[in-house]
Design a protein around this ligand. Sequence first.
Ligand SMILES: O=P(O)(O)OC[C@H]1O[C@H](OP(=O)(O)OP(=O)(O)O)[C@H](O)[C@@H]1O
Ligand code: HPA
Ligand SMILES: [Mg+2]
Length: 171
Amino acid sequence: MADNIKVLISEEQINKRIKELAEQISIDYAGRSVHLICILKGSAFFCCDLAKLITVPVTMDFMSVSSYGDEKVSSGRVRILKDLDESIQDKDVLIVEDIIDSGRTLSYLTDLLATRSPRSLNICTLLDKPERRVTDVYVKYVGFEIPDEFVVGYGLDYQQKYRNLPFVGVI
Ligand SMILES: O=P(O)(O)OC[C@H]1O[C@H](OP(=O)(O)OP(=O)(O)O)[C@H](O)[C@@H]1O
Ligand code: HPA
Ligand SMILES: [Mg+2]
């Protein structure tokens, strides 16, 4: 396998879990529409695959945020590279992330977006690395809990590489 990357979560496991998450979200948002906020770049694959399987009406917007740069640890400073295009006022907003690690990114984002008067605001993350948390965040939908290892693939990068791997692996 390229650069000795060990599979942690296979493509089949990811697809199965995304289906389950989409079913749960479709039940929870029944009778409403859900406004997905995709946090670029990491969440691009997950958010698009999830959106395709949700059966209630979906709208989407994109925000680009970065704090890791080329490192394996957070710089501690969350930078917004691109803000949302549309207002989230009175919308049922679901932030879609690839991973919650230290919790800094999502803590910063939920505080920021809460000031913009959404009707509701929740988080869906594919991966959760609870051992690394330095900031508490309430996450409603979690795909997989993973151990304290730096992972790549299915959107996640190391030095901008490996995002296109169809599985989640450890370098
Ligand atoms: O919980 P945290 O410690 O804040 O880490 C999680 C965040 O870090 C990664 O983004 P990154 O800054 O690497 O940007 P990218 O998505 O463009 O790779 C990841 O995609 C999450 O957004
Ligand atoms: O384990 C990780 N891998 C890639 N990007 C990340 N950003 C936070 N944690 C990670
Ligand atoms: Mg990254």
